[in-house]
Design a protein around this ligand. Structure first.
Ligand code: M6R
Length: 370
């Protein structure tokens, strides 16, 4: 049932091209327009919302953080992302004009269930983005948009994360399509790019896995690993750090690269391992240059820099101890690719320490208590 792999986690990492493809499947009509049949919330209501709040925990919340950049850009609707357990106890301002998006692989996370109930009590409409048919969160929501990643067994979430980002993007594109016709061509173009992601994921799994596994062996004694990212790379950094904590029990921390000089750079000393997720140069040139100078800054202080960049980006080589290249994609879609080397790194490092990557200590697959 592990499909020939050593662990469920490894299998699920390899399921990712399919998970993204299946989440996209059957959601466009012959004209290339997005149709989300399950969106049984009145169009007039969806047109009138003035705020989106994504609630989730752990990895699902990072999917929400990635999606926020895309949803605000496409829809021009203010979007917040909040940990469900913080949202619930904060007396948040939500009302009939708020769309709450609850993201959960299991659909049984108690913190998220409580937040959904609270949001609905305030009159908000709730859409669940969920991987488990008929689970509590979609049942208690106004509508459900399912990720079709297939069952995720390993405690550390991998394929569900990519499917969650994909589904959140579909929702964002759907709202954009609904709210303005001018946008139709752009929606089609982004959908086309999304459809190219599975093949690019397969390429990473075929061409890059070995390189990342070797790196994990080389750095298996690391006592602490830092992750830097900017824009959509920031939540990817957080996710990379979470995977390493969960699986390898190593202290790991993700930072927004722009924060470096506001504190975290004090942590850098000789031999500190730092992952840096570099944004595409074709996106916003200025951001690319800023992250390159971050690499330089940590390198100058003795860090070992593992850089994730898109193919063709030669500028990153100068200060990188090692570059892990991923295929080119539009900036907003890059997290669907740049996350994968970080998953493989955490899995390989934990495996090299003899740890059980499917069942890390102290954790449960779904957290059904508050
Ligand atoms: O089932 P959910 O998506 O609601 O679970 C949320 C988190 O508990 C989950 O993502 C957790 O952080 C994973 N162990 C991360 O790998």
């Amino acid at each position: 049932e592990k499909g020939g792999y050593d662990s469920f986690m490894e299998k699920e990492i390899h399921d990712q091209p399919q998970a993204v493809a299946d989440t996209l499947l059957g959601r466009t009509d012959a004209e290339g327009r997005l149709v989300l049949d399950e969106m049984n919330i009145d169009e007039s209501v969806l047109k009138s919302i003035d705020k989106i709040v994504v609630i989730a925990c752990g990895t699902a919340s990072y999917a929400g953080q990635v999606a926020r950049y895309a949803i605000e850009h496409w829809c021009r609707i203010p979007t917040e992302v909040e940990l469900a357990h913080e949202f619930r106890y904060r007396d948040p301002v939500v009302n009939e004009k708020t769309l709450v998006v609850a993201v959960s692989q299991s659909g049984e996370t108690m913190d998220t269930i409580m937040a959904v109930r609270h949001a609905r009590e305030q009159g908000a409409k709730v859409i669940a983005i969920c991987n488990t048919n008929g689970s509590t969160i979609p049942r208690e929501s106004d509508a459900a948009l399912y990720t079709h990643a297939g069952p995720e067994i390993a405690v550390a979430s991998t394929k569900a994360f990519l499917a969650q980002i994909t589904a959140c993007y579909l929702l964002g594109l759907y709202l954009a399509q609904l709210r303005g016709n001018k946008f139709a061509d752009e929606v089609r173009a982004i959908l086309d790019e999304l459809h190219q992601i599975p093949a690019k994921l397969s390429q990473i799994l075929e061409q890059t896995k070995g390189q990342v596994q070797d790196l994990a062996l080389r750095y298996s004694e690391a006592g602490s690993v830092l992750f830097l990212g900017r824009h959509v790379g920031f939540p990817v950094a957080l996710e990379g750090a979470l995977k390493l904590k969960e699986l390898a029990y190593i202290h790991a921390e993700g930072f927004a690269a722009g924060e470096l000089k506001h504190g975290p750079i004090a942590l850098i000393e000789e031999g500190q391992l730092v992952f840096i997720i570099v944004p595409s140069k074709r996106g916003r040139d200025s951001l690319h240059a800023k992250v390159i100078s971050n690499i330089q800054e940590v390198r100058a202080r003795g860090a070992n820099t593992l850089v994730i960049a898109e193919e063709g980006d030669e500028a990153v080589r100068e200060y990188a101890s090692e570059v892990i290249y991923v295929p080119q994609s539009p900036t907003l879609l890059a997290p669907l690719l740049t996350t994968v080397p970080l998953q493989i790194f955490a899995m390989a490092l934990a495996t090299s320490k003899g740890l059980d990557v499917d069942q890390p200590r102290n954790l449960a697959k779904s957290v059904t208590v508050e």
